[in-house]
Structures are given as C-alpha cells and as structure tokens.
Design a protein around this ligand. Structure first.
Ligand code: SF4
Ligand code: SF4
Length: 107
C-alpha cells in the first residue's frame, strides 16, 4: 500500500503545455503557477490517495502517479458516476482504454 504522503502527481514538463486544466480542476489545490507562469505541483501533500482525477483530464497525458489506474479503480470511478445518476464521461472511457487498455461498462 502506497503511503498517503507519497501519493502525488508528477508533471512531465516536456509534455505539459501549461493549459491549466489541472489547476482549475483539482479540488485540493495541488497545482499552482510559478513565477515563470508554468504549472507546477505546489501542494503534493494535499493530494487524495488513489485519486486520478487530473490524470485523465490532462489533454497532454502529462500527469502520472505512483500507481496506474487499474480495472478495479476504473470500475469504482464508473460506479461513482452511475450512483450520482450521471453518464460516465466519454473522456474517461477513452483515456483508460488508450492508456491502460481497460474496458468500462458505461451502461
Ligand atoms: S492539464 Fe496537463 S498539460 Fe495542462 S497544465 Fe496540467 S499537466 Fe500541463
Ligand atoms: S489526483 Fe485528485 S486530488 Fe490529486 S492532484 Fe489530481 S485531482 Fe487533485
């Protein structure tokens, strides 16, 4: 089990285009903008263990975590949306398929 304080995103700066989607999305304010106007991880300790919310929203696939999204965690995310009466986001379904080869039952 990965300890909570070690669970934080890493940004591949060679891929990141500073679009700020992660900054705006993250509800724990893990990302910030430095003096050069570049997006950085500024509060990694705030990251929620096993959350991958920013990873699949990054259009550059520039965010990684200590552990990849598994079928089990992908199913949990899908179940979360269904429980809320919402559709599983197409972006999420496409991302886990392309990056991890996982299939999600969106019904
Ligand atoms: S969403 Fe991805 S590309 Fe955009 S600022 Fe964040 S890490 Fe960079
Ligand atoms: S994994 Fe979740 S809590 Fe952590 S930085 Fe991304 S959106 Fe924020």
């Amino acid at each position: 089990m990965i300890q909570e304080q070690l669970w934080k995103p890493e940004i591949d700066k060679s891929e990141c285009n500073n679009c700020r989607i992660c900054v705006e999305f993250c509800f724990r304010k893990v990302f910030g903008i430095d003096a050069d106007r570049e997006v950085q991880v500024v509060a990694g300790d705030n990251c929620v263990n096993n959350c991958h919310g920013c990873e699949w929203r990054c259009p550059q696939v520039a965010i990684t975590f200590p552990r990849p999204i598994t079928q089990e965690s992908a199913n949990r995310t899908a179940a979360y949306y269904k429980k809320k009466g919402k559709k599983v986001p197409v972006e999420f379904i496409d991302f886990v398929k392309k990056r991890y080869g996982l299939g999600i039952n969106a019904e």
